[in-house]
Ligand binder design. Structure first.
Ligand code: PMP
Length: 438
């Protein structure tokens, strides 16, 4: 029976391409009608038909504290009362830059001295790349298959044939000469990167990598992998851009980099990008690095970058409130909940004899329909992905909203209490049966 979500989706498709403002929201890979969210609070979202779901999307990461955290909402409200946007600097921006730089320290290392605020993760990575090119005076960029860094032209490049082959456009609308400035290397293989640098090292400005990939499903980097990338880049006078848009301030107070350094992998990225949690659910993202690199940005340096809404006061207020509330206890609690849900998912799938593994990196995780958690993109793609749609819909029918794609991480929040977790656990047996029957 058609409900308000169906009516809205039908109308939306007439006035919005595909009915959505970001493709994965359209339920393309799982089928069915996306739920139009009317409101959200804590671990729950309520759809346009008034139905409540336990949410494991968390706005794709930002809602670390849960939806509409009262202190975050109050901070935004207070900021709104002082004005929505000025196009002039504010005190909050200085505080947020301090907070980001001060937090991202580990093992005696402090890779961030200066921070530039932008509005989206796409802008953060795009700016980081321009900055790396400006600093090095080189054009080429190395990225990895299965890694997502936003939708700027050069980052939507698909692997050509052969390692050091300049990439092809990964979407219509990107000129081949722009895609050809990107080299796509296989994720997880340091030797492949060494080969690329052996051939083209003096033309490569930077390597960009997701600190822990989560856009081909979660893929935990091998210990020392990111450190190895830093070493190769630095040996050849290139920069390492560590993309923590998704992982930054979500998997720990100093991001995935902080977890790695604490585990003994001491390395310093040259530029780190942030998004999602740093804006507390409002449009805000950032890039940071040493002053010597960051000061190459305009107005001090020759690399131009700007934004009417950059450092927007409402977004800054949400980011400040969120980061101040994101204590070590919050991360420990989110970690524990993630383990609890992952174990319950695994037990339910095992009970139905469904081949699976749990891929995880910090508190990010997702089930994988394969014998082992993937270490690279080909392995991630080789799973029995057809099992996910029925699993997803059985969960949705039972009131649990999962990411609508098998290639996305599940996100817990500090607000997922025992009642919310119990609803997830109760929904799992039927979903596991649906996956088994697929
Ligand atoms: N980098 C990573 C690692 C991401 O996961 C994303 C978005 N999911 C982006 C960059 C782009 O961020 P945005 O969607 O805010 O442009």
């Amino acid at each position: 029976m058609a409900d308000r979500n169906d009516t809205l989706f039908a109308h939306a498709r007439e006035v919005i391409p595909g009915g959505v403002n970001s493709p994965v929201r359209a339920y393309g890979s799982v089928g069915g009608t996306p739920r139009f969210v009317q409101s959200a609070r804590g671990p729950y979202i309520t759809d346009a038909a008034g139905r409540e779901y336990v949410d494991l999307v968390a706005s794709w990461g930002p809602a670390l504290l849960g939806h509409a955290h009262p202190e975050v909402v109050e901070a935004v409200r207070e900021a709104a009362l002082r004005g929505l946007s000025f196009g002039a600097p504010t005190e909050g921006e200085v505080e947020l830059a301090d907070l980001v730089a001060g937090r991202v320290t580990a093992g005696g290392l402090k890779p961030i001295e200066q921070v530039r605020l932008v509005s989206t993760g796409t802008e953060a990575t795009m700016t980081a790349i321009r900055l790396a090119r400006g600093v090095t005076g080189r054009d080429l960029l190395v990225k990895f298959d299965g890694n997502y860094h936003g939708h700027s032209d050069g980052l939507l490049a698909a692997a050509g044939s052969g390692l050091a082959t300049l990439a092809l456009p990964g979407t219509a609308g990107v000129p081949a000469p722009i895609a050809a400035q990107t080299l796509v290397a296989p994720y997880g293989d340091l030797d492949a990167v060494r080969e690329v640098f052996a051939e083209l090292g003096d033309r490569i400005a930077a390597i960009i990598v997701e600190a822990a990939p989560a856009n081909m499903g979660v893929v935990r980097p091998a210990a020392g992998y990111n450190q190895g990338l830093a070493a190769i880049a630095h040996e050849h006078g290139a920069l390492l851009i560590l993309d923590e848009v998704l992982t930054g301030f979500r998997v720990g107070p100093a991001g995935y980099w902080g977890l790695e350094v604490e585990a003994g992998s001491l390395y310093e990225p040259d530029i780190i990008t942030f998004g999602k949690v740093v804006g507390g659910g409002m449009p805000l993202a950032a890039l940071g690095g040493k002053a010597a690199v960051m000061s190459q940005l305009a107005p001090v340096g020759p690399v131009y970058q700007a934004g009417t809404l950059s450092g927007n006061p409402l977004s800054v207020a949400a980011g400040l409130a969120t980061l101040r509330l994101a204590t070590a206890e919050v991360y420990a609690a989110v970690d524990a909940k993630a383990v609890q849900v992952a174990e319950a998912v695994s037990a339910a799938l095992a009970a139905e004899g469904v081949e699976h593994a749990i891929a995880s990196a910090g508190s990010l995780f997702n089930p994988v329909f394969a014998a082992e958690a993937p270490r690279d993109y080909p392995a991630a793609k080789a799973q029995a992905a057809f099992r996910y749609g029925p699993f997803f819909h059985a969960m949705l029918d039972a009131g649990v909203s999962l990411p609508p794609s098998v290639f996305e991480a599940w996100f817990l929040t500090a607000a997922h209490d025992d009642a919310a977790l119990a609803r997830i656990v109760e929904a799992l047996p039927a979903a596991a049966r649906a996956a088994a029957a697929a």
